[in-house]
Design a protein around this ligand. Structure first.
Ligand SMILES: [Zn+2]
Length: 355
């Protein structure tokens, strides 16, 4: 895993969007990681992945960033955490509902008059009834706030004492939370024709260290259900998710039939990932076949996460097409043998691709 340090860690943070998907009773806020300058120096995929994992574990990535207000230009008044340790929209939902500018920055909620900061409000109607009590409470809370003229807002990352966000620390946190520490002498298998993230996925799957519901439950995380999000019939273990679930098996069957190697003859994660799916493949193709198997496992896991975190399901054919396309792209790019890899051969008789 790359050890990455984010640039400008204190001044910016990922933008949460409105999407909140449900996974058991966990909610998973989504980020627009691409547009965040926080991750300018990092691989957005890496951050997104660890962020998703963290949320899968019930640790909220969004709320792990706490604002320290300066001039108020970066912190959003209602929806970021910057005063009182909670979001003001959660603390004062009625007021939030009545504000005309729900996404407005702190700086937009007032102005300087003779060097004194004065709050200014834009309510959609006159406040009356219980809302007036809320408003008094809000004003009392804001009395402790000092807006500064020329000092930028800062973001502190709550999981790190010095407030700096780093992927390295986030990754470590996820590992500590999900996984037992791996023994040093475990042999690591590696396929250089697929990206590092796929290698890491396979390594973790082989050790049963993916955050499936059974594993989360073992670690004391409270979930509504332990059943598989794809079939709803069985407890979601690593091997169910990647191998035994009807959904996973249908993907494997399609992949075997694409490679014209008969029926699926593997029934465990080990058989797929370390014994090349117990398939009879000519030796010149075995590394390529391994890359395909690993890519397939990775896409089954990816689809599982799309279903759990985004409520989106792709068709079997779409998933298989993605596997064909991605494995082709990855092998072409990583082997550097573009001329030997022919897309038509790849689709209709992949064993003919000899590199
Ligand atoms: Zn299932």
């Amino acid at each position: 895993m790359r050890e990455l340090k984010a640039k400008a860690t204190k001044a910016t943070k990922p933008k949460p969007t409105d999407v909140v998907a449900s996974s058991g009773n966990l909610s998973a806020p989504q980020f627009d990681f691409q547009s965040s300058t926080l991750v300018a120096a990092d691989d957005p995929d890496d951050i997104k992945r660890v962020g998703d994992e963290l949320e899968g574990l019930g640790l909220e990535f969004v709320s792990s960033f706490v604002g320290e207000v300066g001039n108020g230009n970066d912190i959003r008044f209602w929806v970021d955490i910057w005063v009182g340790g909670v979001r003001l929209c959660d603390l004062f939902p009625r007021l939030y509902h009545l504000d005309r500018s729900k996404e407005g920055r702190v700086a937009e909620k007032g102005k300087w008059v003779d060097n004194i900061w004065c709050w200014e409000w834009g309510w959609v109607r006159i406040l009356r009834g219980r809302v007036c009590d809320d408003f008094e409470d809000l004003q009392a809370l804001l009395q402790n706030v000092a807006i500064k003229v020329d000092c930028r807002d800062r973001w502190r990352w709550a999981f790190q004492e010095n407030g700096d966000f780093t992927v390295k620390v986030l990754t470590k946190l996820v590992e500590e939370k999900t996984l037992n520490v791996a023994s040093e002498d475990e042999a690591t298998i590696w396929n250089k024709w697929v990206p590092k993230k796929v290698n890491i996925f396979v390594w973790r799957a082989l050790q049963g260290r993916l955050p499936v519901r059974e594993e989360l439950d073992k670690r004391g995380i409270d979930l509504d259900t332990l059943l598989c999000p794809s079939c709803g019939d069985m407890v979601e273990s690593c091997s169910h998710c990647l191998v035994m679930c009807n959904f996973a098996m249908s993907v494997w069957e399609k992949i075997y039939s694409w490679w014209k190697i008969g029926i699926v003859n593997a029934f465990s994660i080990e058989e797929f990932f370390t014994s090349n799916g117990n398939a009879n493949i000519p030796s010149h193709s075995s590394r390529m076949w391994q890359a395909v198997i690993w890519t397939s496992g990775y896409f089954i896991w990816k689809e599982r996460n799309e279903r759990v975190f985004k409520g989106k399901a792709s068709s079997l054919n779409k998933i298989v097409q993605d596997i064909q396309l991605k494995s082709f792209e990855w092998i072409v790019r990583r082997s550097g043998k573009k001329n030997e890899m022919n897309w038509q051969h790849w689709l209709y008789d992949p064993v003919r691709c000899r590199i």
